[in-house]
Design a protein around this ligand. Structure first.
Ligand code: ZN
Length: 280
């Protein structure tokens, strides 16, 4: 396929890669913009639903990235007692800041499991989406929420833990969330047992609940989760997907895993979720 043909499709709105980029004057050191040709064509419009406004990333940079890449941008930040948005006052300021960029969807990543009881319903009504992952479960010896990605997390009985973890996943899918981020995540100490621990029965339970609740399953850049077996099963069962990057600063991430999943699993426009705020 010639480059010219691709560009014509892109500018007709059929594909998104590269449209307008040739004309845009990007600062040379703009680390928040995708390098030329790193964004590949997709059979549908791509949206990054996991852009944190942190580490130098701003709503304005998100908007500029969208203009240069054609990948739609959004904005979110972490809500929770131990997180940057720890109360409704901080949340109100965050929403006001993001809304300065017209048309930018604004959301939250929710980290406390009673978030929907703590959030001001008026502020909730101003949000476009809620994203949650399953990577905080239980408590540490100090009584703090246990962050499963930290290197000191040890699990003695992986099978017993997996039962509890599956229930934790299902509980989160029961919350009024729009996106389940990093589905089938496993802590580093048991990640090498992924294929054994994520039995088809467990995968089906997660996928069925996501479908029932209208929750999108995220495909995250640079993440090992979920594996293609989960994505294929989810697609076959009728689940819908979203894409995300999950940045820590204002630098772009490598999107190659998005494009390989689209190709390997044959994702089409009909597999992509329409993301919206759920009823509280
Ligand atoms: Zn995140």
């Amino acid at each position: 396929m010639s480059k010219g043909w691709l560009m014509a499709l892109a500018c007709a709105g059929v594909m998104i890669a590269g449209c307008g980029r040739e004309d845009a004057a990007a600062p040379k050191d703009a680390v928040w913009l995708y390098p030329k040709d790193s964004v590949r064509p997709a059979p549908f419009t791509l949206t990054d639903w996991h852009i944190h406004i942190r580490g130098g990333m701003t709503p304005q940079k998100a908007a500029e990235r969208e203009k240069h890449s054609g990948i739609r941008s959004t904005a979110l930040e972490n809500l929770g007692r131990e997180w940057p948005l720890s109360n409704n006052v901080a949340l109100a300021a965050f929403i006001a800041d993001c809304k300065k960029v017209k048309g930018l969807p604004v959301g939250l990543q929710v980290n406390d499991r009673d978030w929907f009881e703590q959030i001001d319903p008026k502020l909730y009504g101003q949000l476009d989406f809620i994203l949650a992952d399953t990577m905080i479960m239980g408590v540490t010896a100090e009584g703090k929420p246990r962050r499963l990605w930290l290197p000191d997390v040890k699990i003695d009985d992986a099978d017993a833990w997996m039962e509890e973890y599956t229930a934790h996943n299902l509980r989160i899918l029961g919350e009024p969330v729009s996106i389940l981020a990093n589905p089938t995540y496993l802590p580093p100490c048991i990640a090498d047992q992924y294929d054994r621990l994520w039995t088809e029965e467990r995968m089906r339970a997660i996928i069925a609940k996501a479908i029932e609740r209208g929750v999108a399953l995220e495909i995250q850049a640079e993440s090992a989760f979920p594996k293609p077996a989960f994505i294929r099963l989810a697609k076959q069962m009728g689940a819908k997907f979203s894409f995300g990057t999950n940045n820590f600063d204002d630098k772009v991430k490598n999107l190659s895993s998005w494009f390989s999943v689209i190709e390997q699993c044959g994702l089409q426009a009909s597999d992509i979720a329409t993301i919206r705020r759920q009823e509280l």
